[in-house]
Structure formats: structure tokens, C-alpha cells
Design a protein around this ligand. Structure first.
Ligand code: NAG
Ligand code: NAG
Ligand code: NAG
Ligand code: NAG
Ligand code: NAG
Length: 437
């Protein structure tokens, strides 16, 4: 340190301070998570799936509806948004372009979260009710738990997470206690993309829904469920892009952030359901095709598909001596449980098959994902009629996803699915949430 003695003391202490701050900041950032998790809980009254994200300064738990197909995270900023780290991106900034915003707002009220000048506008969208409003983009701290694949680990912070400020009036229809929606869609500012960008991991996530507490993983696997069962060997099929947004309100030319897959046929046991091929394709105005949705509690089918599907199921159930009983809304085909056996994968009913891009890639749906118990002795085929003008012909809903692990790989545009985990002697409620941090 001979040379340092000739330095002025002020410069030296500045250098020391600089070195000190470097090492303390590197100590803080040296933990790089390989993957993150969110707990996902089903709300029994709305049948929506909800999650909790820690946000703001000081951090508070923010309960939001988990939306597989949504575009961004939006929360109500009208009520109770208190944070010392809230800030607004300027119009035409990099953040605004990443958010895909095309508008610049002025707010004629006193400044507060959700009311700023020279900030880019957003369109928070309640995808349950289809109500959208105008809001603004904002940045704030988000904290989320890391995982090694079998347990949660420590929390990690993202200092400037991009979200959209919505308002009170579009919360209507969402599960009690929630203040917005967390979007998993394929947009640049969807949660999977922002998490991947913050920690440089793969743009990939996996979801395991249940009627209780399930889990979503972001980044790399493994995905391990009790009693120590890693879920791998997924079947995969391409993710398809709908060129036209399916949101309630959107900017002209924006692609849909939702996840579409190419169902080419639907079978019940070995019988193929007659379906107009036109309905299974996404046309140039964005109609048709099959998407995956967590905001639809049950799979929705365009009317002609629904009718053909239900009548074939009823025919095959009758052939197995399963007694049909009066329908219970919203379902169109219900049965007595009397002559129905029970297996590890649910009631022993005719197996439903969604045939994907190749005849060997088949999503098999067993009783556990096809039959909904509505009373002690009555079960219903858990599919609903989407009407004749359905925008999307088949919307695979929450009940059909439960206890299946599904993976969305945005980097390689592939969808992976496990089929029912009940067949692998575990289920989606079996993630070990005991933290090892
Ligand atoms: C935004 O600018 C307008 C017009 O200059 C002003 O009246 C208003 O108070 C400002 N709003 C905020 C939130 O700063
Ligand atoms: C995750 O960490 C826990 C606790 O240290 C350990 O028991 C488990 O085996 C780890 N899992 C993986 C997949 O590394
Ligand atoms: C796409 O399908 C919808 C619904 O069937 C139809 O109204 C629309 O005209 C179709 N668009 C094109 C370009 O074929
Ligand atoms: C259905 O019931 C009829 C009459 O009771 C019986 O002959 C037939 O074997 C049963 N079929 C099946 C598949 O159980
Ligand atoms: C869950 O993980 C914790 C921490 O690794 C472990 O102590 C506990 O035994 C696990 N629970 C079960 C049911 O295996």
C-alpha cells in the first residue's frame, strides 16, 4: 500500500467506500435462484385459482387471481396502495415499449399510485368478466420465493417489476380478497418473462393446479412432489400463436398472449367425435382452435362439438350400464354413481382423448378430470356448452388441468403435459411447502 500513502485521503476513502459498496452489493446478489415458485389456491366459491405475490415497500402480500392466458400483472391502485418504491416509467421509455404501450397519459387528480403524468397507459383486463379499463404502467418491488424443485427456499427481490395499475371497478367478479390478476401469458411483461429476465433463467414455467393448494414453478425443473416423485417424461406438442388478441380490449395488431395447442381430434375410447375441421384451426381473424385457460373452471366447447361429444359419452356410458339422471347446471350430462367403479385415476368412465399434432401424442382424460361430483350419488361430465359463436372452439379449463403438471416452454414454443399424476401415485397438492431457507 506504499502508493496509497501518496493519494489524497478523500480519494482513498472514496475508493474504499466504492470497494465496500461493491462487495456488499455483490454479497446481496450472489444468490441466483435457478427457479421460483408461487403457491396456487382454488377459491371454492368462484372456482378461480389465486396466488399471493409480495410487492411494494414495505412488502405486503397481494392476493391475485392466477391467469394462465393474461398479458400482465394488474392490481387495484385505487385503494390501499402504499409503497415508497412505486415509480412510473416515462412515456416512450424502454419500459413502456417493453410493455407494448402505445399511449401516454395525463391524470387530473393529485398524484398517487395510478395517477401520474407522462406515464404510459395500460388496459388492465378482468379476463373473468371481460371488463377492461384504462390504467397506467408502473414499477415496484416484487419478492418471490426460490425453489430447488422440492421445497421453497429464500425470497428474492425484483426491484422494478412492471405491472399495470387498475382500479376498483374492475375487481368485480374476482375471488374474495383478491385485488387483481397475475398473468402467465406469453407477453414480454407476463410474469414468466419478467422472472426469466430478472434471474437469467429459461423462459419456461410449469403449473400444477388442484382443488386445494397447488404450485407454479418458473425456470428450470426438477418438479418434485411428495413422496419424492420427480415429474418428468412429459409428452410435448407445439404451442401455437393466435395472431389476434382475445383480450376484451387491446392494441390493434397485438397477438394473443394465450396458450393455444393443436388438438386435431377428440376421441372417447376409440370413437372419434365428428367435428368440423374448420373449428379446430385458428383462422386469420383469430377464431377457432384450442386454448388452455385457468379462468374457465370447466372445459368449454363450441356447441356442435359439445353436442357430438356429450351424446357419444352418454352412449358409451349407457353401454357400461351407467345410469343417466337429471342434469345439474351448468352440466348437460349427469349420472348416478351406483354402477360406476372407482379407480386410482377416478371414476371408471369412458376415457376421453385429445389427439394432438401426431396420433401418438394424446392427452388422456380419466374420471378424476372428467367427472364432477355434484351430490353424494351424482356425477356430471365436467364440460360445458360454449354456444354457436364461440371465439375459441375448445377452452381447456381448470378442472381438466387439476392434478396434471403442464409446462409452457416459451423459449422453444412447446407445451408439455404429464397426464394425471394420480397415475404416478402423487397429485398437485403434494408439493412440500416447508421452506428450507
Ligand atoms: C398533470 O398535469 C396536469 C396539467 O399540467 C395537472 O393539472 C395535473 O395536476 C397533473 N397531474 C399529476 C398527477 O401530476
Ligand atoms: C432441496 O433441498 C432440500 C433441503 O436441503 C433437500 O432435502 C432436497 O433433496 C433438495 N432437492 C433437490 C431436488 O435438490
Ligand atoms: C373466422 O371464423 C369466424 C367464425 O366462424 C368467421 O366469422 C370469420 O369470417 C372467419 N374469418 C375468416 C378470415 O375466415
Ligand atoms: C348391463 O346390464 C345388462 C342387464 O342387466 C347385462 O346383461 C350386461 O352384461 C351389463 N353390461 C355391462 C357392461 O355391465
Ligand atoms: C418437507 O420438507 C422438509 C424440509 O426438507 C422435511 O423436513 C419434511 O420431512 C418434508 N415433509 C415430508 C412430508 O416429507
Amino acid at each position: 500500500m506504499a502508493s496509497s500513502s501518496s493519494s489524497s485521503p478523500i480519494i482513498l476513502s472514496a475508493i474504499l467506500l466504492f470497494i465496500f459498496s461493491l462487495s456488499s452489493s455483490s454479497a446481496k446478489t450472489s444468490f441466483r435462484p435457478k427457479a421460483l415458485i408461487l403457491p396456487i389456491t382454488k377459491d371454492p366459491s368462484t372456482l378461480q385459482y389465486t396466488t399471493v405475490i409480495k410487492q411494494r415497500t414495505p412488502l405486503v402480500p397481494v392476493s391475485v387471481v392466477f391467469d394462465l392466458g393474461g398479458r400482465d400483472l394488474w392490481v387495484d391502485c385505487d385503494k390501499g396502495y402504499v409503497s415508497s418504491s412505486y415509480h412510473s416509467p416515462r412515456c416512450n421509455s424502454a419500459v413502456c415499449s417493453r410493455a407494448g404501450s402505445t399511449s401516454c397519459g395525463t391524470c387530473f387528480s393529485p398524484p398517487k399510485p395510478g395517477c401520474s403524468n407522462n406515464t404510459c397507459g395500460s388496459i388492465p383486463d378482468n379476463t373473468v368478466t371481460g371488463w377492461a379499463t384504462s390504467g397506467e404502467y408502473a414499477l415496484d418491488v416484487v419478492s418471490i420465493q426460490s425453489t430447488n424443485g422440492s421445497n421453497p427456499g429464500r425470497f428474492v427481490k425484483i426491484p422494478s417489476f412492471i405491472f399495470s395499475c387498475g382500479s376498483d371497478n374492475i375487481l368485480k367478479g374476482l375471488a374474495k380478497g383478491t385485488v387483481g390478476m397475475a398473468a402467465m401469458g406469453r407477453h414480454n411483461i407476463g410474469l414468466p418473462s419478467q422472472f426469466a429476465a430478472a434471474f437469467s433463467f429459461k423462459r419456461k414455467f410449469a403449473v400444477c393446479l388442484t382443488s386445494g393448494k397447488g404450485v407454479a414453478f418458473f425456470g428450470n425443473g426438477p418438479y418434485v412432489f411428495l413422496p419424492g416423485i420427480p415429474i418428468s417424461r412429459l409428452q410435448t406438442t407445439p404451442l401455437l400463436i393466435n395472431p389476434v388478441s382475445t383480450a376484451s380490449a387491446f392494441s390493434q395488431g397485438e397477438k394473443s398472449p394465450e396458450y393455444f395447442i393443436g388438438v386435431t381430434a377428440i376421441k372417447i375410447v376409440e370413437k372419434t367425435i365428428p367435428i368440423s375441421p374448420r373449428l379446430l384451426k385458428i383462422n386469420s381473424t383469430g377464431f377457432g382452435g384450442t386454448k388452455i385457460s385457468s379462468v374457465n373452471p370447466y372445459t368449454v366447447m363450441e356447441s356442435s362439438i359439445y353436442k357430438a361429444f356429450t351424446s357419444e359419452f352418454v352412449r358409451q356410458a349407457a353401454a357400461r350400464n351407467i345410469t343417466r339422471v337429471a342434469s345439474v347446471k351448468p352440466f348437460g350430462a349427469c349420472f348416478s354413481t351406483q354402477n360406476v367403479g372407482v379407480t386410482r385415476v377416478g371414476y371408471a368412465v369412458p376415457e376421453i382423448q385429445l389427439v394432438l399434432h401426431s396420433k401418438d401424442v394424446v392427452w388422456r382424460i380419466f374420471g378424476g378430470n372428467s367427472m364432477v361430483s355434484v351430490r353424494d350419488d351424482v356425477i356430471c361430465l365436467g364440460f360445458v356448452d360454449g354456444g354457436v359463436n364461440a371465439r375459441t372452439s375448445v377452452v381447456i379449463g381448470g378442472f381438466q388441468l387439476e392434478d396434471n403438471l403442464v409446462e409452457f416452454d416459451l423459449a422453444s414454443n412447446r407445451f408439455g403435459f404429464s397426464s394425471t399424476l394420480l397415475g404416478r401415485r402423487t397429485n398437485c397438492a403434494n408439493f412440500n411447502f416447508t421452506s428450507t431457507a
